[in-house]
Design a protein around this ligand. Structure first.
Ligand SMILES: Cc1ncc(COP(=O)(O)O)c(C=O)c1O
Length: 360
């Protein structure tokens, strides 16, 4: 068996320890004589799995009791519609558009009400996070929406926007559990799990209880009502059982590693290694303004498309995979999520130095 260093933006690298554990339990989960993939979601065994996963997530993020944790299907993209359907009481919402995922959410919300783009960084190809300390928040806005870490462009909000008292909703897909957060600052904090937590196909949405009501937009399907899932403990219908099990394992791994403070330190150390090299390189250049840099997604370019392609190809041959930038922006991107070891980033930087020497 040989494993590569996988810099994919998602689905992405998972902790090796977790994969080995899952493999060992594949045929017989804890003496049940069956795989978690094969068991009823109504069984006691699965009930323990989902409850433990939720509790471990609550412990890691210090989620207060007045927030529900929902394990939902439809990925992060389904939240783009669920959020307005469930939250738009006045049919008004303010969006801060800092990348393609925020833009998609902004466009989807327009189907349901009046949606204002109160800030954007599109003028400079989303290479920075705008100043959000004094935005024209609408007096009747039901919520203010952000994408906290922009996976494609590699930017991250270092301070949350001043929402002037309005409910903050954040997509944290690509920075989920990468550092501590104060959940009380958000009305909803949600993310697809396929980047920093588990396999693809599930979104975790952490929602303040007062936002979960029967008062949703007319025509909202039962499956798209937060209340449906909150009332049923994420078991209204058959959930993504295996994904919940895998996420639960990653939560335990994170606890064992020391929790989110420790992950933050590790992530800062990894990102610094790469950013410091980018800042000193004569060939490679980071594409993001320094004070907006993400710890998770690091885009960079040589400035020459052919050389970028050569780099991606040679890196792959050297066991450094999925470094191609997003299809809409080109260049390279290294996603260095929680499960990417420091050694992986060291190997990447060493390869980049060698490539620089050979190609400058
Ligand atoms: C920040 C962000 N939001 C949303 C999505 C969409 O997630 P999904 O594919 O789970 O719908 C992605 C990436 O896939 C993302 O990076």
């Amino acid at each position: 068996m040989s494993r590569v260093y996988n810099f994919s933006a998602g689905p992405a690298v998972l902790p090796e320890e977790v994969l080995k554990e899952a493999a060992a339990e594949m045929l017989d989960y804890k003496g049940c004589g069956m795989s978690v993939m094969e068991m009823s979601h109504r069984s006691q065994v699965f009930d323990d799995i989902i409850k433990e996963a939720e509790q471990d997530l609550r412990d890691l993020m210090h989620i207060p009791d007045n927030y529900k944790v929902l394990f939902l299907q439809g990925g992060a993209s389904q939240q783009f519609a669920m959020i307005p359907m469930n939250l738009m009481k006045n049919k008004v919402a303010d969006y801060i558009v800092t990348g393609q995922w925020a833009k998609k959410a902004y466009q989807e919300a327009q189907k349901y009400g009046k949606v204002n783009k109160i800030a954007t960084s599109e003028d400079k190809t989303f290479s920075y996070i705008p100043d959000c300390s004094d935005l024209p928040v609408s007096p009747d806005a039901d919520y203010v929406y952000i994408c906290e870490n922009n996976t494609i462009y590699g930017t991250k909000f270092k301070t949350l926007p001043n929402t002037k008292g309005k409910t903050l909703v954040a997509d944290v897909s690509s920075c989920f559990l990468s550092e501590p957060v104060d959940v009380t600052k958000y009305g909803i904090i949600y993310g697809g799990v396929q980047k920093n937590i588990g396999p693809a196909g599930m979104v975790i949405s952490i929602i303040r209880e007062d936002l979960i009501t029967d008062e949703v937009l007319e025509g909202t399907p039962t499956m798209l009502k937060f209340k449906t899932h909150a009332d049923a403990g994420s078991l209204y219908n058959t959930p993504n059982c295996y994904c919940i099990y895998m996420c639960g394992k990653v939560f335990k791994w994170l606890k064992k590693m020391g929790g989110l403070e420790v992950m933050k330190e590790r992530n800062e150390k990894k990102a610094k290694l790469l950013y410091d090299y980018l800042d000193s390189s004569k060939l490679f250049k980071g594409t993001v303004e320094k004070d907006s840099r993400s710890l998770m997604n690091v885009p960079f370019v040589t400035g020459d498309k052919d050389l970028d392609a050569k780099f991606v190809k040679e890196a792959k041959a050297a066991g450094l995979e999925n470094l191609k930038g997003h299809r809409t922006v080109g260049g390279m991107r290294a996603s260095i999520y929680n499960a990417m070891p420091y050694e992986g980033v060291e190997a990447l930087v060493a390869f980049m130095k060698k490539f620089e020497e050979e190609n400058l």
